[in-house]
Design a protein around this ligand. Sequence first.
Ligand SMILES: [Zn+2]
Ligand SMILES: [Zn+2]
Length: 145
Amino acid sequence: MEEVNKIILELKEKGYVLSIPRIAIIKYLVSNRTHHTAESIYKAISKEYPTISVATVYNTLKVLTNEGFVNQLFIEGERVFYDSTPCEHSHFICRICGKIKDIKDKPAKKASVDDNKIEKIYLYFYGICRECIEKKETKKQNKKI
Ligand SMILES: [Zn+2]
Ligand SMILES: [Zn+2]
């Protein structure tokens, strides 16, 4: 787990103390590059480390977010999600099943907008996902028969 060691080293150099549960959280996020809630991380980690507290999960996520290893996603009417895919990308959110998908399409690269310097662009697309559209269509077909 080269990536895990890299993160641990970088955080240690910055003066963070990394307990075993904290390292377990980092390992989990690196091996599961997807969108997590603090609760889902807690559930997964507490299986192996029953003594871990929800506060430890939140603290670790705060550190990882501040240091740029994790991105927070704020989705309309939903809880905060933590995205452990490191590269900048946009998201599609299905209003039917709630699925969050990574969108590989890069948003138009602009250096500035109205004379404000742009550093990051995060786009959220809301709609109906491919799977839900297909389900709807099968239902329609069934009705015809
Ligand atoms: Zn869907
Ligand atoms: Zn993502």
